[in-house]
Ligand binder design. Structure first.
Ligand SMILES: O=S(=O)(CCO)c1ccc(-c2ccc(C3CCCC3)c([C@@H]3C[C@@H]3c3ccccn3)c2)cc1
Length: 235
C-alpha cells in the first residue's frame, strides 16, 4: 500500500505491540474477569492522579478466523452493531486501503464529562512462515486531525489499542478447501492503554473498565460468530 504521512508511526506502534503481546501477565497483573475461555487482566497505573490502567485480554473463539475477527473490528460499517458505548463514529480520512482515521463520540459515563476520540486504525496480516496460519492485527492509536477539533465540553481520550489474532486449525484436512468452521478457532489478545484525557474518579473509572471491557469483548466476539456462521471462511 502507498506510503503516507503516518506510515512510520504506524510501523513503530505495530512493532511495539508485536513485542508487547508476548509479555506474560504473571507479575503485576490482576485477573479481574474470567468467563470460559476469556481472561481479562489489569495493572493499576496512575499518571498525575489519572487512572491509566493497562488492560490485557486473552480469549479463544471457536468457529472464526483471526482475519474475520480483525476484519469486523476494523471495518467501519459494522461498528455501531456491536459497539454499545459509542454515540457516533465516522471515518474522517482514509490514508491507504488498510489505514483510516476515525472520529468517535463515546457515551457519557456520569459523572465524567463526555469523551471523544480520534485515532488512526490499521489492519495488517503478519505472515509468520513457520506456523501454518498468519497473525492478523488491528491497532487503534490516538492522532490529532484538523477534522476532529477538540471542542469543550468533550474531553479527548488518548488511546492505544491492539487486537492481535492467531488462527488455529485442528485436524487440518489434506485439501484446505475441506476445512470446516468446527475445525477452526481464533486465539485473540486484546490490549488497551486508555488515558481518559482528564480527571475521572479512580474508583468510578476502574469500576466502568472492569464491567465494560469484558462485556464489550464478549458482545463483539459473539457478533462475529453470528455474522460469519453461514459464510465461507475468510482465512
Ligand atoms: O477497542 S477500542 O479501540 C474500540 C473502538 O471504539 C476502544 C475501547 C474502549 C475505549 C474507551 C473509551 C472511553 C472510556 C471511558 C474513559 C472515561 C469515560 C469513558 C473507556 C474506559 C475503560 C472504560 C470502557 C471500556 C470498554 C468500553 C467502554 N468503556 C474506554 C476506547 C476505544
Amino acid at each position: 500500500n502507498g506510503k503516507h504521512r503516518l506510515t512510520d508511526d504506524v510501523e513503530r506502534i505495530v512493532q511495539e505491540h508485536l513485542q508487547y503481546v508476548r509479555e506474560d501477565v504473571s507479575n503485576g497483573w490482576d485477573l479481574i474477569h474470567q468467563d470460559g475461555e476469556m481472561k481479562v487482566y489489569r495493572r493499576e497505573v496512575e499518571e498525575n492522579g489519572i487512572v491509566v490502567d493497562p488492560l490485557k485480554c486473552f480469549h479463544t473463539i471457536k468457529g472464526v478466523t483471526g482475519h474475520e475477527i480483525c476484519r469486523y473490528f476494523w471495518e467501519f460499517q459494522y461498528r455501531m452493531e456491536w459497539e454499545t458505548t459509542l454515540d457516533s463514529t465516522k471515518i474522517i480520512e482514509a490514508l491507504d486501503p488498510d489505514t483510516v482515521i476515525f472520529f468517535q463520540l463515546h457515551k457519557r459515563v456520569w459523572p465524567a464529562a463526555q469523551r471523544d476520540s480520534c485515532f488512526w486504525s490499521h489492519i495488517r496480516c503478519i505472515s509468520n512462515s513457520d506456523e501454518d496460519q498468519p497473525t492478523w492485527l488491528v491497532v487503534n492509536y490516538t492522532t490529532p486531525h484538523p477534522l476532529a477539533p477538540i471542542k469543550s465540553p468533550q474531553v479527548r481520550l488518548v488511546a492505544n489499542v491492539a487486537l492481535i489474532c492467531e488462527t488455529i486449525i485442528s485436524e487440518p484436512p489434506l485439501n484446505p478447501k475441506d476445512i470446516k468452521r468446527e475445525n477452526i478457532q481464533c486465539k485473540l489478545t486484546y490490549v488497551a492503554f486508555v488515558n481518559p484525557g482528564g480527571w475521572v474518579p479512580s474508583a468510578a473509572l476502574r469500576g466502568v473498565a472492569k464491567r465494560e471491557y469484558p462485556r464489550f469483548l464478549k458482545r463483539f466476539t459473539s457478533y462475529v460468530v453470528e455474522q460469519t456462521r453461514n459464510k465461507p471462511i475468510l482465512f
